[in-house]
Structures are given as C-alpha cells and as structure tokens.
Ligand binder design. Structure first.
Ligand SMILES: [Zn+2]
Length: 300
C-alpha cells in the first residue's frame, strides 16, 4: 500500500489529500490527526505513530532526535516569505527558503564570499573525518563540492513562471495526460545525501493543457533542493494544480534513498513510494485506477 505521510506537511498549509494505491481513500480521522499532533509536541517517538506500509519512508531509529525539537515560535513562522498560495509565491518562486531571495539578488562579490564560506566548511568536514585537505587529490574538492551543492539546490532559485513560460494551451482536450518515468534526483534534507528515482505525473485538463516538457521541469525544480520525498510529491502536484487548474492531478514517485541503502537500514532494493492525488483523482476511484494502471502501479 502506498502511503503518504501527513506528519511532514507544513502546518496544514497544503491542500493535498492522502491516498493509497489500492484505491481506498485515506481513512485517517480528524481525531487521529489531533492526537498525532499532540504526541509530536510531547516528543513521543514519532515512528510509533506511523501506520504500517510496505515501503517505509527513509527514517531510521538512529535519526530520531534525543530530545524533542524546540518549538518554533509564532514569530519565526511568520517570518517565512510566503504568499497565501500554498506552493508558488507572488514572484513565481516556489516555497522560497529564508536565503532564497538573498541568493537571487546578491552581487558577484557576495556570491564569491558565499562560495568561500562554503569551501571553508567543506575543508572543515574533510578535517573532521580524518582526511588531509592539503593532499593533492583533495585540494580542489572543497570548491568542487560547494559548486556541486549549489547545483543540487538550484531549484530554490528557479521561477515557476519562467519555467512555464506561457506554455499553456487552450485545446479543449479533456482526456487524461500521463508522463511516466521522469527521472528525479533530489537530496534528503535529513542526511544531505541523494535520493533518486522516477516520478509519474498525470492530469485531466479542464480545457487547457501544458507543454509536455514543462512537467519534468517542474519536477526538477522541486527536486533540486533539500527535500523529503513526501513533500516533493505533494509540491509537484500542488504546483501543477495551481498553474494549470485542471480537473485533477496525480503524482506518484518511486525512489531509493542513499541514506537508507548505504547505511544498511533496508535492503538495497527497497524503494519508497509516495503519492498525491488531487481533484478528480481524489474523488473518483476509477480515474485513479486508470492512472495507476497506465504507470504500471495498479497491482490488482
Ligand atoms: Zn535521509
């Protein structure tokens, strides 16, 4: 059963609904949600509240915080630069983090300074793992790693409007459109190591269709940043819903997390599957099943 975790959602700002591949709507009740929130606050073991699923998300008991995380003050939450829109900000940035605009507006000198700070940090890491950052093979590694990391997180800087670039066409087409097997490379925000896999996106237009190449680019934009797979899946679905306003959107992602496979938490063949269905995909089991068969996930 595919399970979509609500526990990682951003304080209910998202509108996505939980769904499972076998067609059953999520049966989580409000009361259950409330008790979950409560238990989170009191710092109880989070995974004990997790529902059983065949594919566990990339969490490991070793990663559980020893003490409950400090509560965010309301002031901090209010400082996030976000419009009422759940995914895309007023200027086309999607879920900008605190440094996104600073990075977008910085001067070449500031960019050089930032790179220098990153190099210093990577050098420190090399020292701390017991390496000699001055040996020949590692001399340029801090700079290389810094640049690579900036590339892996470039999605923060990308603008949805530039990506879509008016490629929305009023075709009067109202049949399901599916793009299958979009390669996704993202970074787990808990360990800062990659998770990679495939994303399948389907939508049913409400007269308008989007240029097909745009969907992989939207997936790319949300994956090139620090993510958890659950949120990545949801953000892609919500963004398409917001940009295109179709009858519905379905996104399924299957991926392998290096933080699991490299540490031996699970067998290396383990994949994590997440899904997010909105609109008619959420309401109609038949539509959802059609999508799942098209992407090869309907195992009934
Ligand atoms: Zn991880």
């Amino acid at each position: 059963m595919v399970q979509f975790e609500h526990s990682e959602s951003e304080s209910g700002a998202m509108t996505s609904k939980t769904s499972s591949v076998n067609g059953e709507a999520a049966k989580r009740k409000d009361g259950e949600k409330r008790s979950k929130k409560k238990s989170k606050k009191s710092g109880l073991h989070r995974s004990s509240k997790r529902r059983h699923s065949i594919s566990k998300a990339a969490r490991d008991p070793r990663d559980e915080p020893e003490s409950p995380p400090p509560k965010k003050s309301k002031k901090e939450e209010g400082a996030v630069t976000r419009s009422p829109s759940p995914v895309i900000d007023f200027d086309g940035l999607s879920r900008p983090s605190t440094g996104t605009r600073a990075r977008a507006e910085e001067t070449p000198e500031q960019a050089a300074q930032r790179l220098e700070r990153m190099r210093g940090a990577v050098r420190t890491l090399l020292e701390c793992v017991g390496e000699d950052p001055d040996r020949e093979g590692l001399l340029d590694t801090p700079a290389r790693y810094a640049k690579a990391l900036l590339f892996f997180t470039q999605g923060y800087q990308q603008n949805v409007r530039d990506i879509v670039n008016n490629a929305i066409f009023h075709e009067g087409h109202n049949e399901m459109v599916v793009i299958k097997g979009i390669e996704v490379f993202s970074m787990c925000e808990h360990h800062m190591v990659p998770f990679t896999g495939q994303m399948h996106i389907g939508y049913i237009p409400s007269h308008s269709v989007i240029g097909l190449s745009k969907l992989p680019r939207i997936a790319d934009m949300f994956s090139r940043r620090l993510q958890i797979q659950e949120r990545l899946t949801k953000e892609v679905a919500n963004a398409i819903m917001e940009i295109l306003q179709p009858q519905g959107v379905a996104v399924v992602m299957e991926s392998s997390h290096l933080c699991m496979v490299m540490r031996g938490v699970e067998k290396s063949s383990a994949t994590t599957i997440t899904s997010c269905v909105l609109g008619c995909f959420e309401r109609k089991e038949k539509t959802r099943n059609e999508f799942l068969s098209l992407v090869g996930l309907n195992r009934h």
